[in-house]
Design a protein around this ligand. Structure first.
Ligand code: ATP
Ligand code: MG
Length: 558
């Protein structure tokens, strides 16, 4: 497999890809009467993740670009795993990403029609009711090198099949007692064509149809018919369905549907250091390895959102990774780079001190407070300014002072000078330590002539961020690392063993500038010299909570 790194912005084309080409060619040849109709077909059995975003951007994007339409279709044929909650989260996430569906459909709306089509298949001799045990059915299926064996029930009379199928629907049998199978070819090289099951009995309550049904159609059968019923022109799905395409076409050829959509497959998104299988995501949530589906460490749309990732960054990422027929792994740095690009442009700047060190400016007047005006964004004047108070006691980052500085240390050292960003140059006069030798405070002096001016007669290179102790607010900062330490945790059945024990660090002593008191949930900021952060939904006026979205620079090289 190939691992792609990201193209630079200048190399990005408004991404031509083979699917856009097929759609353009079909429009040129008037293949679907000049129409483009796509759909995004999630199963409501979990929250959407960034892989789904790729499919969403593609399906909705292609419809938008061609003034076509795109439906949201809930592929809800597995009642036990699906729920209203998942359905609502999907609607919310698609809209949050910036897309609006033309129509909302549910496979379950088609149950009656799907049943009628199955009756048609039986009547035409293309389907039969089978009572083989699951075990026998597996055995009779054959293998890649061996043809399958025909079920003894394959030759059952049509009338009998019709009667049995009716009784299946009426609830006369228990789960697994019978199935309805398509009669195709038990010797087909493509195993999917060896009389696949199209209906199974399940006495389960469905979140939309309740207990109206106890037979449920299978994915392959449901999907193509649903597409046809909605007049889909291009049915875009991921590569694992390539081998199912002959089945997709077989059903539509045998049934007299209004149209015959074209299934086109593309490679799914695979992102390093995370998992995207819904089963694994559900396990992480249910067994409390993370805090809910919107945990900021998850690749779910809700998690990315809570972490502070913007819809624009996700759309940009989906465009840049492109659409191909080749499986590839995408580096996490590619996603982070898109997030950073967007936040760099749009996130206002603010100052926060993650791990404070107290600095007393001894020659600064005791009761003086200066209201410094700072711009919210260095390049975007229209983002305005804010007031940051400056006073005698300020807090700086512990890391911005060193008693024994490493080479080329440009920050504060004993006896050295540094500029407090947007304020004065200070000099460290004395270092106060406690009984254990731990630094507790710095005593500094300031040069009153350096506000917005260079000091005279000497160079001060370092600039550090700060907040005034009395005019800052306590905040909890949540720092995230990748959820897994392995690049491809899904490859391992013990994926839980690859969980990163340091995926979340909580800083409880941080202080942020007072202007952030009015920040709303999901607001993004660049905390200068630190990282991009956003306000978490747990944030309260008395205790602000921020999530680190992404670092300022790519740290993957380290
Ligand atoms: P599961 O993990 O249970 O297999 P799924 O990925 O099949 O889930 P669906 O809800 O069936 O989830 O997916 C809806 C649509 O999103 C499908 O068309 C599917 O092909 C697409 N999709 C899902 N995962 C990805 C991915 N990683 N990259 C691109 N498209 C994806
Ligand atoms: Mg699926």
């Amino acid at each position: 497999m190939v691992v792609y790194t990201l193209m630079s912005t200048s190399e990005i084309q408004p991404a031509a890809n083979f699917i856009r080409q097929i759609v353009a060619d079909d429009l040129a040849s008037n293949k679907h009467n000049g129409k483009v109709v796509t759909r995004f077909p999630p199963e409501p059995n979990g929250f959407l993740h960034i892989g789904h975003a790729k499919s969403i951007c593609l399906n909705f994007g292609i419809a938008q670009e061609n003034t076509g339409s795109c439906n949201l279709r809930f592929d809800d044929t597995n009642p036990e795993k699906e729920s209203l909650e998942f359905m609502q989260s999907i609607q919310q996430d698609v809209q949050w990403l910036g897309f609006q569906w033309t129509a909302e459909h549910h496979s379950s709306d088609y149950f009656e029609q799907l049943y009628a089509y199955a009756v048609q298949l039986i009547a035409a001799g293309f389907a039969y009711v089978d009572g083989l045990s699951a075990e026998k059915m597996r055995e009779y299926r054959g293998s890649l090198t061996e043809a399958g064996i025909e079920s003894p029930n394959r030759q059952r009379a049509i009338a009998e099949n019709l009667a049995l199928f009716q009784q299946m629907r009426e609830g006369k049998f228990s789960d697994g007692e019978y199935v309805l199978r398509a009669k195709i070819d038990m010797a087909a090289a493509n195993i999917n064509l060896r009389d696949p099951v199209i209906y199974r009995i399940k006495h389960a309550k469905h979140h939309r149809t309740g207990s109206t049904w106890c037979v449920y159609p299978m994915y392959d059968y449901t999907h193509c018919i649903s597409d046809a019923m909605e007049g889909i022109t291009h049915s875009l799905c991921t590569l694992e369905f390539e081998d199912h395409r002959p089945l997709y076409d077989w059903f539509l050829d045998k049934l007299d549907t209004a149209c015959h959509p074209q299934q086109i497959e593309f490679a799914r998104l695979q992102l390093e250091y995370t998992v995207m299988s819904k089963r694994k995501l559900a396990q992480l949530v249910t067994d409390n390895y993370v805090n809910g589906w919107d945990d900021p460490r998850l690749p779910t749309i809700a998690g990315l959102r809570r972490r502070g990732v913007t819809p624009a960054a996700i759309r940009d990422f989906c465009e840049r990774i492109g659409i191909t027929k080749k499986d590839a792994w995408i580096e996490m740095s590619a996603l982070e780079s898109c997030i950073r690009n967007d936040l760099n442009e749009h996130a206002p700047r603010a100052m926060a001190v993650l791990q404070p060190l107290r600095v007393v400016i001894e020659n600064y007047p005791e009761t003086q407070v200066e209201q410094l005006v700072m711009s919210n964004h260095p390049q975007q004047a229209d983002m305005g300014t804010r007031i940051v108070p400056f006073a005698k006691v300020v807090l700086i980052e512990q890391d911005d002072f060193a008693l024994e500085p490493p080479a080329k240390f440009k920050r504060l050292i004993a006896g050295g000078e540094v500029r407090l960003r947007g304020a004065y140059v200070i000099k460290c006069e004395r270092v106060i330590t406690d009984a254990q030798g731990k630094i507790t405070e710095l005593r500094c002096s300031y040069d009153v002539n350096t506000l917005g001016k260079k000091p005279e007669g000497r160079k001060v290179k370092g600039v550090v961020h700060w907040v005034a102790e009395a005019y800052s607010l306590p905040a909890e900062l949540r720092l995230y690392e990748t959820l897994f330490t392995a690049a491809n945790p899904e490859a391992d059945s013990h994926f839980l063993e690859a969980l990163n024990p340091n995926s979340l660090t909580i800083l409880t002593k941080s202080r942020v500038e007072a202007s952030l008191a009015t920040a709303s949930v999901e607001n993004n900021y660049q905390f200068e010299r630190s990282a991009y952060f956003c306000v978490d939904k747990d944030s309260k006026p008395e205790k602000l909570v921020f999530n680190r979205t992404v670092s300022l620079r790519d740290t993957w090289g380290k």
